[in-house]
Design a protein around this ligand. Sequence first.
Ligand SMILES: Cc1cc2nc3c(=O)[nH]c(=O)nc-3n(C[C@H](O)[C@H](O)[C@H](O)COP(=O)(O)O)c2cc1C
Length: 186
Amino acid sequence: MKLLAIVGSPRLKGNTNYLVEQALGEAAKLGAQTEKLVLSQYEVNPCLGHEDCASFDSCLQKDDADWILDRFCEADGVILATPVYWYNVSAQMKAFIDRNYFLYKHDRKYQARAVGIIVVAEMEAIEDTLHTLKQFIGESFDVEEDRIFIATGYASKPGEVKNNLRLGDEARKLGRQMVESLKEGS
Ligand SMILES: Cc1cc2nc3c(=O)[nH]c(=O)nc-3n(C[C@H](O)[C@H](O)[C@H](O)COP(=O)(O)O)c2cc1C
């Protein structure tokens, strides 16, 4: 069972990364093969918007989105994790979401049967950010509502989230629930 986390925060020692590690650590304990891809460490450019994806076998942009999207499609479970930036997902996460348009235009199916969402904000707009991510998930994945697991909360300075014990627990629970739900469904 493969679980892939896509992380939209560029802060490697930041709050989102910490929560993702908690979730994946727990999933690994239950036997999942886990992988974390921090988007800022790769080249994932914004969509060019030509709307002609279907005419091409691969995206016209030759960057890391190509193989990241392949892995995203093939994972049994995916986690989308982002800090709130200006009332929504980070630019890295938005570019990644937009690049899924190529798959959408090719009618490519995602294998994931469980999805996790992790969102951290300093003080506001978690709901707006969740809305964006849920819209994307709803359009892209064939996943039942009860197989979408969410952990959200507040923190500001890098690593500050470690003091938010409730949120750490929630992230670990998210990891466990994803694996359990995938085991049930298999
Ligand atoms: C460019 C930028 C925009 C931000 N916009 C918001 C915002 O709209 N609402 C909010 O509550 N926090 C906002 N924040 C604060 C971050 O969400 C917060 O610091 C979060 O803990 C960062 O997560 P990270 O440590 O995983 O990077 C913003 C931070 C940055 C750098």
